[in-house]
Design a protein around this ligand. Structure first.
Ligand code: ADP
Length: 778
């Protein structure tokens, strides 16, 4: 009952106080021993009854096997209380002797250092001694990193070299040793000369360490529990007597008395009788029984560790070694997807070059960025009004819209729309079938709106690369985004639409404008903000447009004013401009696309491809054994299975890891580990970041071009943006903004999200065109 009371009253406050009083020592490990570690590892064990040096051979012949050789060395009393540097010289000497004896002095082996004293750990191989315990008193060590002290002592000798990989506490070693045999082992407990425990804590609870993901082993240093008086009502006169007579009455661990440790452990002054009782299995039996009684909801299994400090140190070293190798391998693969500032500046420069080549008459045909004139010469001025029809083809859905634009004081835009599916056979059949279907949808819409037979001005948002000679003409250059209908490339889509309307003989329409969705986006935002002179789309595909000086638009006669140019920048890179930045993953995605070799820039940026890039990276990681334990699921082998929306979900919030798991489960990867989730998240983040940066580099070229056009040292401009990837990805927009700011520092760029740029924009362009036409007739 006393213990139950103690357990209950200790609650979280006191548990926390254990950790903090005892200086949490944190530790970076994974508990998952895959693939099996192998190789030879050295271990030093200081802080138990004996000081030992060990050689641990881990082999992997079908089943994991561990062999050990060890040698106990004495630490003379005077060194335990003498100078720290002499203590470490002695340790180095013992190590040298051991290596000499085994004939391995010339090998540089990885070493794990079990140093079982309260330490503040900041890295796996850095551990600052807080205070000596267990009879040690060497001066000049407290407050210093014991790994550097050992390294220094070894260097001073100069007769051998080793690679100190990890420093651990014996509790951690115990947990790791048992964890090697039983993956459920996530707690380590020592009851010997002293007592201490460690366990795997959630990273999000470890406020002293950065990062929220995964777990980390925490060395509790629970021996100090009770030093603030929490256990006073349990202490007996004997306990107080022992405390008073101990080496560290009121001195150790910032004046802590190690009350708890003295009650439960075989600390040196404890009576021999108690000591023998502790070492008997009766202690173990009582401990197990008590734990089970206190936490009936937990199924706790106790596993006796065989030489946790020695073998454990080697295990940690082995895991750390494997993790370091794997980490380096993963980073090497991911580095190919990371772009430096210099590389991004180069992308910006090449984009600038392509812009000029696309604008100029003589180089236009060879340019990848086509810089197509749109014949849109002005953004809205607010006086536009009337009822307009709009068609939107080329996004995710095909839509027909009725848009009512009101000008003047009660400026407003009111829209009604209906979404229609474009069946696969219409997308990939003949052009006539496709346009008959479109006209059928218009007829249905007019009937639905009760406007059968009405003849309204129509704007046609047709989001494919078109060559325009006038506003109401669009010669399709090539289908993109999965469209394939025959007999359309090279034809004017307005004629194709008009022909289909005539075939139906039901109504007539006044097709005023063919509009690209980027232009629609710019116009929609331009209706709100007169500074908006750039349109950008990052959705299924990516593209941009902006107001260029007429004198630079060489394909169109006249030097006065400006014209919106549809860049068709998705094709940037099609002549190899991006080859030095693209990866094997980009090539894999390109090879399997419907248009290999085309739209290379778009394929590194937009929603249709990012998921597929991630999937290809995951395939590579798995093939190399760096992910999913090297096992591929059938589903992950399926093209397109990793949707771009997963990138958004995976990167979204604090619950992300759990979400990653459920997404991976959806992909048939049911046994993914926490580490797998972390890696998948990193892949998503790297791929999305590169996309946002590439997009930002292109946009930086555009805004800088506009600034130079106008001879300004500072340009203030707004970019209207649309597209689900831009709008829904948690980081895409901010990374892109940051990149533009960085690469085009002389431009002050505001980003405005467009609401339904293709629908509203088409109507606004039609409205602007009608306004200009009406003004011309007057
Ligand atoms: P479109 O560009 O065809 O008009 P959208 O702007 O809606 O259409 O973009 C569709 C693209 O956005 C698809 O390729 C899809 O993969 C991607 N996508 C859909 N949902 C998300 C999301 N939550 N995060 C990122 N991308 C998404």
């Amino acid at each position: 009952p006393e213990f139950l009371k103690l357990y209950k009253s200790s609650g979280s406050r006191d548990l926390a106080s254990i950790t903090f009083l005892g200086q949490p020592s944190v530790f970076f490990i994974s508990l998952f021993f895959y693939p099996p570690e192998k190789g030879d590892f050295l271990a030093l064990d200081l802080g138990g009854t004996n000081f030992r040096v060990l050689l641990v051979k881990v082999s992997d012949n079908g089943k994991q096997k561990v062999e050990m050789e060890n040698q106990i060395y004495a630490i003379p009393e005077e060194l335990m209380r003498g100078s720290g540097s002499e203590l470490f010289d002695h340790i180095a000497e013992c190590l040298a002797n051991f290596l000499e004896k085994l004939g391995i002095k010339n090998q540089k082996l990885p070493l794990g250092f079990t140093f079982s004293f309260p330490c503040q750990q900041t890295k796996l191989d850095e551990s600052i001694l807080v205070s000596w315990t267990k009879g040690f008193k060497s001066h000049g060590v407290e407050g210093r990193d014991v790994v550097s002290l050992l390294r220094k002592a070894i260097k001073k000798r100069g007769d051998f070299d080793i690679d100190i990989v990890a420093v651990i506490n014996d509790t951690v070693g115990t947990m790791m040793t048992c964890g090697y045999d039983d993956h459920h082992c996530e707690i380590g407990l020592i009851v010997g000369t002293g007592t201490n425990a460690c366990y795997m804590e959630e990273m999000r609870h470890l406020e002293l360490v950065e990062g929220d993901e995964g777990r980390m082993c925490v060395n509790m240093e629970w021996g100090a529990f009770g030093d603030d008086g929490t256990l006073d009502d349990l202490r007996t006169d004997f306990d107080r007597e022992i405390d008073a007579g101990s080496l560290n009455p009121g001195k150790q661990l910032k004046n802590k008395h190690f009350v708890f440790e003295m009650i439960v452990s075989g600390f040196e002054h404890i009576h021999d009788l108690i000591k023998s009782c502790l070492s008997s299995s009766r202690f173990a039996r009582r401990l197990h029984k008590m734990v089970r009684r206190l936490v009936p909801d937990c199924d706790v299994r106790f596993l006796r560790s065989e030489d946790g400090s020695g073998k454990g140190a080697a295990m940690v070293t082995a895991v750390a070694y494997r993790l370091a190798t794997q980490h380096a391998e993963r980073q090497r693969i991911l580095d190919a997807l990371r772009l430096s500032r210099e590389q991004l500046l180069e992308v910006k420069r090449r984009m600038g070059e392509e812009i000029n080549r696309g604008l100029a008459k003589e180089s236009h045909d060879q340019a990848t960025v086509k810089m197509l004139p749109t014949y849109v010469r002005s953004t809205p001025d607010g006086t536009e009004h009337g009822d307009f029809l709009a068609l939107d083809l080329g996004g995710t859905n095909f839509r027909v819209l009725l848009v009512r634009v009101r000008g003047g004081k009660r400026r407003s835009v009111e829209m009604h729309n209906k979404i229609y599916a474009i069946p696969q056979e219409a997308m990939q059949g003949t052009g006539e079938e496709l346009f008959d279907h479109i006209v059928h949808c218009i007829a249905d819409f007019l009937e639905y709106m009760g406007m059968k037979g009405a003849s309204l001005p129509l704007g046609f948002t047709f989001s494919f690369p078109c060559h325009q000679n006038k506003l109401d003409q669009g010669i399709l250059l090539k289908w993109t985004k999965g469209f394939k209908a025959t007999g359309c490339e090279g034809e004017d889509v307005v004629s194709l639409l008009k022909d289909a309307i005539h075939r139906r003989e039901e109504f007539d329409l006044d097709v005023v404008a063919v509009v690209n969705d980027t232009v629609g986006t710019m116009m929609t935002c331009g209706y709100e903000d007169p500074l908006c002179e750039v349109g950008l789309i990052v959705g299924t595909g990516t593209n941009a447009c902006y107001m260029e000086e007429m004198q630079n638009v060489e394909l169109v006669e006249g030097d006065e004013g400006r014209m919106c140019v549809n860049m068709e920048w998705g094709a940037f890179g099609d002549h190899g401009e991006l080859d030095d930045f693209s990866t094997e993953f980009d090539r894999a995605v390109d090879d399997c696309a419907t248009n290999p070799g085309k739209q290379r820039y778009e394929k590194m940026i937009s929603g249709m491809y990012l998921g597929e890039i991630v999937r290809n990276v995951l395939l590579e990681f798995t093939a190399k054994g760096l992910l999913f334990r090297g096992k591929l699921s059938e589903r992950l082998k399926t093209r397109g299975i990793f949707e771009t929306k997963f990138l958004s979900q995976i990167e979204s919030d604090r619950l992300a890891l759990r979400q990653v798991r459920s997404i991976l489960q959806h992909l048939g990867l049911t046994s993914s580990t926490c580490d797998d989730s972390i890696l998948v998240k990193e892949v998503c983040s790297v791929v999305a970041r590169r996309a946002a940066q590439l997009c930002g580099a292109g946009l930086a070229a555009v805004v800088d071009k506009i600034r130079q056009n106008r001879n300004l040292s500072k340009l203030k401009i707004t970019v209207g943006v649309d597209g689900t990837l831009y709008k829904l990805h948690p980081h895409f927009s901010s990374i892109m903004h940051e990149t533009v700011r960085d690469l085009a520092p002389q431009c002050e760029v505001t980003f405005l999200q467009s609401e339904d740029g293709s629908g509203k924009g088409a109507a606004l362009i039609t409205a602007v065109a009608c306004r200009i036409r009406d003004a011309g007739q007057r």
